[in-house]
Design a protein around this ligand. Structure first.
Ligand SMILES: Cc1ncc(COP(=O)(O)O)c(C=O)c1O
Length: 389
């Protein structure tokens, strides 16, 4: 039934294919890219569009400091370095997650500690985390220590899956009480606000991605956001190879990276972000269409946002009731044969070979969600008159 319903939708929208999430471009994108090339400022050090894109992002998110980067993945790594997460520190992160966070933690020789997801909004299950903390950790000299391993939990990374969010007010409070730093992976959440505050601005640090499949794209790219001046200065320094400021000398004082966004990418990002409101309007319309077509389909549930969330509708998701990966994959495979790019959620991180021995809590919500999540094609341009895709 799901397959038939989506096929009729594809026909109704007169689309040859419905990819999961593809970008939309117009003349302005080309125009800005051309201007960037003509200016000769195409790289990372300087350029008109770097400042333009950065201040537009600061405007939209309300974040005091924004650093443009070459990807969201770099941003997560930079966030951990900025917070001084080090060898043997434990970092809480959901197992239902994009792989970048666990990889960033591991590459610092810190330890991913997998936590469970909220069954409704796919964020952190805060209630479960609270009782896990009470039972298995002690708070000593303002540090949260894992009783079993003796390691300090220095940071928690929450991912705003598909642009949605758990109760960020509660989560911020919990992290503050346990003196655990908070990074928000808001890669998928540009344009989403929880309780009128933009996602990625609740924690110490927030990360955005502008990869080709995100709500706006800069080709590849990301952003680091914080309201803390010292963190901003440190992150900015590390993201430019930790080069000391000097007009002409090359001197360095830390382990740094070359991960800033080039002006060329910022030109595209700036052209795109001017259309974000239009994208969200169209994506909301698409979400409502999905709600309507599945209204009487009792075998699934369309995932709806929390009432406090103003959602960017990045990816519309349905939950099957079958609890079977086999059934999930069969449906997804049929849809893809019809050029309807539905997808499952990521492989749970704790099941990946290199993370199998990492500490974890009971992960039954994530296990349940893994079996039942299907994400649906959600590009804004399906409703923007571009029938080529
Ligand atoms: C939740 C999440 N985190 C991190 C990333 C990494 O972003 P990027 O592809 O820009 O490195 C992505 C997307 O690709 C993502 O969806």
């Amino acid at each position: 039934m799901i397959v038939q319903q989506l096929l009729s939708l594809k026909k109704k929208l007169k689309l040859r294919a419905m990819d999961l999430h593809t970008p939309y471009f117009d003349k302005n994108d080309v125009n800005y890219l051309e201007k960037s090339i003509r200016s000769t400022f195409v790289s990372t050090q300087a350029g008109y569009y770097i400042d333009k894109f950065r201040s537009k992002l600061a405007d939209i998110t309300g974040s005091k400091y924004v650093i443009l980067l070459n990807s969201g993945s770099s941003g997560i790594y930079l966030g951990l370095r900025t917070l001084n997460v080090k060898e043997k520190d434990e970092v809480f992160l959901p197992t239902l997650n994009y792989i970048a966070s666990a990889n960033a933690v591991k590459s610092l020789n810190a330890i991913p500690h997998f936590i469970d997801s909220d069954i409704k909004n796919f964020g952190v299950d805060i209630k479960k985390l609270k009782s896990y903390l009470k039972k298995n950790f002690k708070f000593h000299k303002r540090k949260t220590i894992n009783i079993k391993s003796g390691n300090v939990v220095s940071c928690l990374i929450v991912t705003h899956v598909f642009g949605m969010s758990c109760d960020m007010i509660e989560l911020t409070k919990l992290c503050r009480n346990y003196n655990i730093k908070l990074i928000e992976d808001a890669s998928e959440a540009l344009g989403s606000k929880y309780n009128k505050k933009h996602l990625g601005t609740y924690g110490d640090i927030g990360i955005l991605s502008f990869n080709g499949n995100k709500i706006i794209t800069s080709g590849a790219g990301g952003a680091f956001m914080t309201n803390n001046y010292d963190m901003f200065k440190k992150a900015d320094h590390l993201s430019q190879n930790a080069k000391k400021f000097h007009k002409w000398k090359y001197e360095y004082d830390d382990l740094g990276y070359n991960i800033k966004m080039p002006n060329l990418n910022a030109a595209l990002g700036f052209a795109q972000i001017k259309r974000i409101k239009k994208y969200i309007i169209n994506k909301k319309k698409l979400f409502n269409i999905y709600l309507e077509i599945f209204l009487n389909n009792k075998s699934i549930e369309v995932v709806k946002p929390d009432s406090k969330l103003s959602w960017n509708c990045w990816l519309v998701t349905i939950l099957l009731k079958s609890n079977s990966i086999k059934i999930r994959d069969k449906i997804i495979s049929q849809l893809n044969n019809y050029k309807i790019g539905a997808r499952p959620v990521w492989q749970l991180n704790h099941k990946i070979r290199i993370y199998k021995n990492c500490p974890k809590m009971d992960l039954s919500n994530a296990e349940h969600l893994e079996k039942n999540i299907i994400t649906l094609p959600s590009s804004a341009h399906f409703l923007m008159g571009d029938k080529k895709k």
